[in-house]
Design a protein around this ligand. Structure first.
Ligand code: FO1
Length: 319
């Protein structure tokens, strides 16, 4: 039986690594994926959880591989009709994808928790692993920019990450708590992985759930992050630009500093091998692996490489 693994993930980039683990772990129930819900948005009265859905669709083999989000082969008749009537048209909700948002919104209105709704969605898609929202209460990330205070999706999608970011705020954080399933997964895992997702708007909000950093620190698991910065830039999305605008170094080291207090080890790409001594100087073990997941074989290989760290860097090993 495979070791128990928990991965903290945003959307597209993190879902690639989650899929790598889903492919190599046996049984698949050994995997728990904690999804960022800071990018959740309410549109047309519907609760939309983009990162959660990207993870669910990717793991189920249903995601649109060209965009990395939404369902493969979906159509956009409903959103375009609404747009022609003058409704919000900048967020592309697919016709079949809408079914997920209708299902989730109806159950939320009945008082069912987001964790339970996500469990039912995963079960309906035939997933063998657990996908958990980072918390059950809304905790939207607000982006303070030179154009004002924007919802994260407004910044990313409507304004294509063009405004200059001055600060990030996790609204509703003070009332948020990690759920019991999440606490149990963290406590019982042998390996916890911070996916190569945006450190500020994907992993950052998960770590901002009060008590979560403490749960990670208390867990006996080996805690590893994979750098989302390779060769001085982000592979996907605006991480590099956002890091620079918020005064962080745009490098694997710059991201490692953000996670330092919860990590044992850090994985950098072979292209950044020269950064290893600087990472080790932070007091972290450092492994150099191919981290660019262009195909399924690369996703599986990175998951296997991370599992192998359990032998080299396992709990109790001297630093
Ligand atoms: N990303 C876009 O760039 N444009 C869209 O219109 C869009 C719609 C969308 C609908 C459902 C969904 O689950 C995700 C969607 N995304 C879209 C992706 C999403 O905005 C981001 O990639 C994540 O929130 C960041 O992880």
């Amino acid at each position: 039986m495979s070791p128990r693994v928990t991965i903290l993930s945003g959307g597209v980039g993190g879902a690639k690594l989650a899929l790598g683990f889903y492919e190599v772990l046996e049984p698949k129930a050994r995997l728990t994926v904690i999804a960022n819900t800071g990018d959740d948005i309410s549109l047309f009265g519907l609760c939309i959880c983009p990162d959660t859905d990207i993870l669910l669709y990717t793991l189920a083999g249903l995601v649109n591989l060209e965009t990395g989000w939404g369902l493969a082969g979906d159509t956009f008749h409903a959103i375009r009709s609404a747009g022609r009537l003058g409704a919000t048209g900048w967020f592309n909700l697919g016709d079949r994808d809408l079914g997920t948002h209708l299902f989730r919104t109806e159950l939320l209105a009945q008082g069912v928790s987001l964790t339970e709704i996500t469990r039912r969605l995963a079960a309906a898609l035939g997933l063998g692993c657990a996908v958990l929202p980072m918390c059950d209460s809304p905790m939207p990330t607000r982006v303070v920019t030179d154009e004002g205070d924007l919802h994260l999706q407004e910044y990313l999608v409507r304004r294509r990450a063009e405004p200059v970011v001055k600060a990030l705020r996790c609204e509703g954080a003070s009332g948020a708590r990690p759920g019991p399933a999440l606490a149990q997964a963290i406590a019982e895992s042998a390996l916890i992985v911070l996916a190569p997702s945006n450190p500020l708007i994907s992993i950052g909000p998960i770590l901002a759930v009060p008590g979560l950093r403490e749960l990670l620190r208390l867990s006996p698991a080996l805690k590893v992050a994979v750098s989302p910065i390779v060769g001085g830039q982000s592979l996907k999305g605006p991480s590099d630009r956002m890091l620079a605008q918020l005064g962080h170094e745009v490098s694997p080291l710059g991201v490692a500093r953000l996670y330092r207090d919860v990590l044992d080890a850090y994985v950098i790409d072979i292209e950044d091998g020269a950064d290893r001594p600087a990472i080790e100087a932070l007091g972290l073990r450092c492994a150099v692996l191919p981290t660019v997941m262009r195909d399924l074989a690369a996703k599986r290989a990175l998951a296997r490489g991370l599992l192998m760290l359990l032998d080299g860097f396992g709990p109790g090993d001297p630093r």
